[in-house]
Design a protein. Structure first.
Length: 446
């Protein structure tokens, strides 16, 4: 097994496939936004924004399946625990399927009251409800893909997640064009495109993981598939990590949904403008997440092997690259300010609002990079409790009171509170990093 210290080359070998695959996700959202944003009415874009935010809350509430699987698998890889690698894969996929089926049963009862609370116009609300109900059919594929991608990243294999996510999002873009432009299905077509693409990605992912298990002889000599699934006591490590990540993810998504809801209450044009502005945020976060994923895999391997020096080296080197990338992204946004917004919409009212708020787009990369990168470091090391508590503080003690105080500023105040929230996450995690380093607590979850 390779025990050498993590080099800059290792970081890039892990980061670039995830950066490409992650960028395909906001690219998909950008294509949705561009296609729907050029339709005669803003209600279709508003419906996908509101319905998509709600489905993101439901699906990404279970995003711990990706992160928790990565955390446990990375440490098993570092410890050369082949049985543990097989076990976390089987149990993560089983947990994902069980949660998805429960979501499909419970979800339809939650959608209408949740959309009513978000407060969009009646026309947008009806289309958003239709969109969300269709998207629920993709829950098993979406959640199982989380587990598959997380397992591959934990093994420091980011090329197969690249294939899965590129396939999923490529299919989605093609199906968007076919169903929205070809068949005129508008927001309903965007929903069916997402569902069909998720199952296409899952099919490829299961084939890739089967080949990997066969190549590495993982699972040979282990309990049967049913035996792994029903080893209830063995779920303890996975569930401990996932419990913290569930709370953390729920807080983050609650802020996003609240953000979308406040925009919806300010009118369809502000709702559509915020949807466009958030595409820049997603481009930023998914690009920087490539280095966060590299940090997850490398720090997890170092902790699993008990090599604290390699842990700190991986932390410093991956963070250096992330900072450089954030400066580059911000510069691209600043230089492209005159024409980037016109890529997404041709509606004059929406375009004016986007340009008036564009400064927040330029600040987000520099403010948010710290939270993204430290998330990866804490996740890889298994220190997920700190992730939970810091985001709870950032949500309850920073974002909520600041938004309340800034309400007279309208949408500008909403964006200011959101940007400060992202900065607070990074500052709080930075404090937790310093504390753990001082007391030598990083090997607690080896």
């Amino acid at each position: 097994m390779n025990r050498r210290a993590p080099a800059h080359r290792d970081i890039w070998q892990l980061a670039w496939p995830m950066m490409l695959s992650n960028l395909s996700i906001p690219l998909l959202g950008a294509v949705d936004t561009a296609i729907l944003g050029h339709l005669p009415s803003p209600v279709y874009l508003g419906a996908v924004t509101v319905g998509g935010s709600l489905l993101s809350l439901l699906f990404w509430s279970f995003g711990f399946l990706r992160m928790g699987t990565t955390s446990v698998a990375a440490r098993a890889e570092g410890a050369n625990d082949r049985a543990g690698l097989h076990q976390v894969l089987v149990q993560s996929l089983s947990l994902a399927l069980a949660l998805a089926l429960a979501l499909m049963v419970i979800g339809p009862w939650l959608l209408a009251p949740a959309l009513a609370w978000m407060g969009p116009s009646p026309e947008v609300q009806g289309l958003a409800l239709e969109y969300a109900r269709i998207r629920l059919w993709g829950a098993p594929a979406s959640l199982m893909n989380f587990a598959l991608v997380g397992w591959f990243i934990g093994r420091q294999d980011t090329r197969r997640p690249l294939a899965i996510l590129f396939t999923t999002n490529g299919l989605n873009i093609v199906l968007d064009a076919l169903l929205i432009l070809g068949f005129g299905l508008n927001s309903e077509g965007a929903a069916w495109a997402s569902v069909l693409a998720e199952y296409g990605g899952l099919t490829l992912g299961l084939w890739l993981v089967a080949r990997t298990l066969h190549r590495l002889n993982l699972g040979r000599g282990q309990p049967s598939l049913l035996g792994e699934v029903t080893r209830w006591r063995a779920y303890g490590r996975l569930m401990r990590v996932n419990r913290h990540l569930f709370v953390r993810t729920l807080c983050l998504l609650s802020v996003f949904v609240f953000f979308a809801a406040q925009g919806a209450r300010m009118g369809n044009h502000i709702l559509a403008a915020n949807a466009i502005l958030l595409q820049f945020l997603l481009l930023t976060s998914y690009a920087l997440d490539g280095f966060a994923h590299a940090a997850e895999a490398l720090t997890g391997r170092a902790i699993g092997a008990g090599r604290i020096g390699d842990f700190h080296l991986a932390t410093r080197r991956s963070t250096l690259w992330a900072l450089g990338c954030s400066v580059l992204i911000s510069a691209v946004f600043v230089l492209g300010a005159p024409w980037w917004p016109t890529v997404f919409t041709s509606q004059p009212e929406v375009l004016d609002i986007v340009r008036a708020h564009y400064v927040w787009v330029c600040l987000i990369p520099l403010v948010g990079v710290w939270g993204y990168q430290l998330d990866g470091i804490f996740l890889g090391s298994g220190q997920t409790a700190a992730m939970q508590y810091t985001v709870l503080i950032a949500t309850g003690a920073v974002f909520a009171p600041l938004w309340w105080w800034l309400q007279p500023l309208g949408n500008q105040g909403l964006w200011l509170a959101f940007v400060v929230f992202n900065g607070a996450r990074g500052a709080l995690l930075g404090g937790a990093y310093y504390h753990l380093t001082r007391k030598g607590g990083w090997l607690a979850f080896k």
